[in-house]
Design a protein around this ligand. Structure first.
Ligand code: NAP
Length: 256
């Protein structure tokens, strides 16, 4: 007999849900029974994800939201509460991944990477957690990066922002465990999304994506559904004893 993910209806927010990993996570959580608010900078892509969920029989809304803008987050969460109910699942996935040699990275670019990848995660947690506390239950998954664990050439700003996301997650886990809220980090590596294809087109992956398959222990490029499966697992009722952990989903490319 199948065990359902949750004993009661759940509302999830997925940031950057219009593309790549966020799109797959949105669809997976909806397939598992959550109503999903798809947050994205790009309202059209968020609407496409939400429509696909509804076409498959799920519940979703599209919310235009720049996670670098605290006011926009507060408005998006208020809209979610009004249209779907209190959010008790939060996947902080929105991220930007510019490359640049360290000595060429401007303070503006550094600030932008921190504003989206780190402060966006901080702000979304700070706005959503009070709803989780009110419900006495919550699940947060913060999407980090294997670059946080290993470093990556041309990615000092990005790696620093994603390493900070791990520290944030572990500290939140210690502070909010007593409230029934778990917080975990998932650092992906080498997942086939528009962002990975952009990196390949910019020449950041050597001769391309295929070149890295022989050095990946499972001998394939990861798919957004691989990350979605990990997020869905960490958000289930029966994952309640797992918190403050870093679950690498990377085909064995990084083993720490
Ligand atoms: P993606 O295909 O580029 O998707 C990212 C989504 O986030 C896009 O829809 C993007 O919108 C949105 N977004 C960007 N900035 C935003 C903002 N300020 N507010 C709200 N939404 C915003 O990238 P992805 O590969 O799926 O990456 C998702 C996450 O996984 C990122 O945090 C990334 O760092 C992490 N990650 C990915 C890999 C990988 O191999 N793919 C590896 C490690 C970590 P626009 O399209 O309008 O910009």
């Amino acid at each position: 007999m199948a065990v359902s993910a949750w004993s009661q209806p759940r509302v999830a927010i997925v940031t950057g849900g219009g593309s790549g990993i966020g799109e797959a996570v949105s669809q997976r959580l909806a397939a598992d029974g959550a109503a999903v608010a798809v947050f994205d900078l790009d309202g059209d892509s968020a609407a496409v994800t939400a429509s696909a969920i509804e076409a498959a029989g799920g519940a979703a809304i599209a919310v235009v939201c720049d996670v670098a803008d605290r006011t926009a987050i507060e408005a998006g969460v208020a809209e979610t509460v009004e249209r779907l109910g209190r959010p008790t699942i939060l996947i902080n996935n929105a991220g930007i991944t510019p490359f640049g040699r360290f000595l060429d990275i401007s303070r503006e670019t550094f600030d932008q990477v921190i504003a989206v990848n780190l402060r966006g995660t901080f702000d979304c947690c700070q706005v959503v957690i009070p709803h989780m506390v009110e419900e006495g239950w919550g699940r947060i998954v913060n999407i980090s990066s294997s670059s946080a664990q290993t470093g990556n050439f041309g990615h000092t700003h990005y790696s620093a922002s994603k390493a900070a996301v791990i520290g944030l997650s572990r500290s939140l886990a210690k502070e909010f465990g007593r409230k029934g809220i778990t917080v975990n980090a998932v650092p992906p590596s080498f997942i086939e999304t528009p962002s990975l294809h952009r990196a390949a087109e910019e020449g950041q992956l050597g001769s391309g994506i295929q070149e890295h398959i022989p050095t990946t222990p499972v001998r394939r490029v990861g798919q957004p559904d691989d990350i979605a499966a990990a997020c869905a697992f960490l958000c289930r009722d029966d994952a309640g004893y797992i918190t403050g952990q870093v679950l690498g989903v990377n085909g064995g490319r990084v083993i720490v």
